[in-house]
Design a binder for this molecule. Structure first.
Ligand code: ZN
Length: 178
């Protein structure tokens, strides 16, 4: 799947989540947004303000199911190589959890469009935030997510927010040019 560049390509590929009045298109949401489960072995968490909650998946655009699962399979494989010969699912999960690579802060999240500004890519279900507490959207860049991890996302067509005008390192998105 080719990564779309700019809102026209994004809308052609994923549809349009917003109605003319800026509110969510409930029919689009019902057809396209679903909870995508991680590959075998994974335990994902959602970061609440002061607690981590185990989750069975992340709500996002269903077209990204295969891509998302491929990324997580590669991340798992990387962890497996690092953990070495004593590895089993539990040690891999622990390795990922120590690095907080299993904590997300939101996938699909429709935000009404304000004053002609295009909606966030979370509104399309094509962006995910990871470990938001340690990778806040702010200047200067503060990032604990490792380079190899960003590289895996990139190999699967996902870009990240580290170079945004206000750096947003927690954020990965299946799009460029926005
Ligand atoms: Zn984000």
């Amino acid at each position: 799947m080719k990564t779309p560049n700019g809102y026209d390509e994004i809308k052609r590929m994923f549809g349009n989540p917003g109605l003319r009045d800026g509110t969510v298109n409930a029919i689009w949401e019902k057809e396209h947004i679903k909870k995508i489960t991680p590959p075998a072995g994974w335990q994902l968490y959602y970061q609440m303000d002061d607690a981590l909650v185990k989750v069975s998946g992340i709500r996002m655009h269903r077209f990204l199911e295969g891509s998302f699962q491929s990324v997580l399979r590669d991340v798992w494989q990387h962890a497996l190589n690092e953990v070495g010969r004593q590895s089993n699912d539990e040690t891999v999960r622990a390795w990922l959890h120590e690095r907080r690579l299993d904590i997300h802060g939101g996938g699909y999240n429709f935000r009404p469009k304000r004053g002609g500004v295009e909606p966030s890519l979370h509104s399309f279900g094509i962006a995910i935030d990871w470990d938001p507490i340690h990778n806040p959207r702010k200047n200067p860049l503060t990032c604990t997510l490792p380079q190899w991890w960003f590289d895996i996302w990139k190999e699967h067509g996902w870009h990240n927010g580290r170079k945004f005008h206000t750096p947003d390192p927690m954020h990965v998105q299946f799009a460029t040019g926005v």
